[in-house]
Structure formats: structure tokens, C-alpha cells
Write a protein that binds this ligand. Sequence first.
Ligand code: C5J
Length: 226
Amino acid sequence: MIDVQANPYTYNLDPEATALVVIDMQRDFIEPGGFGAALGNDVARLAAIVPTVARLLDLFRRLGWPIVHTREAHLPDLSDCPPSKRLRGDPPLRIGDVGPMGRLLVRGEPGHQILPELAPKPGELVVDKPGKGMFWATGLHETLEARGLTHLVFAGVTTEVCVQTSMREANDRGYACLLIEDATESYFPAFKAATLAMIQAQGGIVGWTTPFASLHAALAKEEGRG
Ligand code: C5J
């Protein structure tokens, strides 16, 4: 096991059983003209973490450890999008409507793609999910179990929605979860801060958090071996 300095206390990472999970670093959430912007959000806040997520991906690639990328989106006929999700609120464009990056939050459209600088490489798992959580209607738990993975390092957007939902679901399924603080972001700074505090509270009730530098320092020895 490798000790990673973390909050609320040291995270014991299993080098044989750890995957990186990058949640929804899609154009639809991070670029102007996508789903996030249609909801009235300042997407520039999310773009700020791209360099740190890229460093995290590089680290896992150098180590040869598994990487999972998720994308939130729906089938073109929207049969996997509950009306309660599509009809919520009063945005100028809804899921499935045509925006500057194609139909919002629909699979195969330009906005569905992961940012080019974080694009998945061959051999990395790409999971399309219709919900906020990464296990709903994806079969991901079975895939991770089949590979013997027990430890998940999380990054991506948004902290309090898809990242937190996925991390809570993973925690309930028995994974030891570590969220990289500067590789996740929210449209709302207070929500990010609250999410980190919630995860750490009560002895790490949902898992652990740490800055990228702590993980990098802890894995430096492993990298030397790689
Ligand atoms: C949202 C996400 N915020 N990826 N999706 O609707 O967090």
C-alpha cells in the first residue's frame, strides 16, 4: 500500500487495484454554448482545472494504471432521458435542443465530446451515462469488479453534482475513494467547498480528498519503477 497525505487522514492506495475516474470533462459543460452555459453558468470556472486534470492523466498513463472517462449524455431519441430531467427549470435551450455545439447533452454531438486536451487514449474506458452517477444504467461496477479494482481516484466536473454522486455511489459499493481537490470544479465555489467538507466530515464518511501535489509526491517512487 502507498500512503497518500489526505483529508481527513492518510489514504492507503493499493497500487495493484487503483483506477483514475475522470468525470464528464465534456465540451457541453466546459465550453461556451453547451448545456452548462444554457443553464446560465459561468463555464470559465471549470476550464481552470484542465491543466491539473491533464497532469493527473499523464501520471496514471506513465504508471500504466487504468483510466475511466465518463460522459453524461442521452440517446438521440431521448428514450433514456426522463421528462422530469428534460423539463426542469426554464432554460433557453433544453436537453436535445440544437445549440452551437449540436444537440445539448446528446450522444455523438460535438458537445458530447471530451475536451481534446483530455481525450481518452486507446485502452482507456469511456463510459456513457444517462444520469449524474456513473453506475446508473452503465454496468461500470461489474467492469471494475472484473478487473479487481477497489480504489478510485476522482477528478472532473461538477464537484457537487456528477462527481459527488458518483463518489457516493462508489463508496456504497465498497470502493475506497480519493477526490483530487484541484482537479475538480463547480460553477459555484461555495458548493465545491461544501462538498469537500462533506466528504471529509465524520471521519471521511464518503472518502478522502487531497491536492494533486500530495498524490504526485506519494506516487513519485512508483513512477521511478515504471
Ligand atoms: C451536471 C455534471 N452538473 N456532470 N452534470 O449537470 O455534473
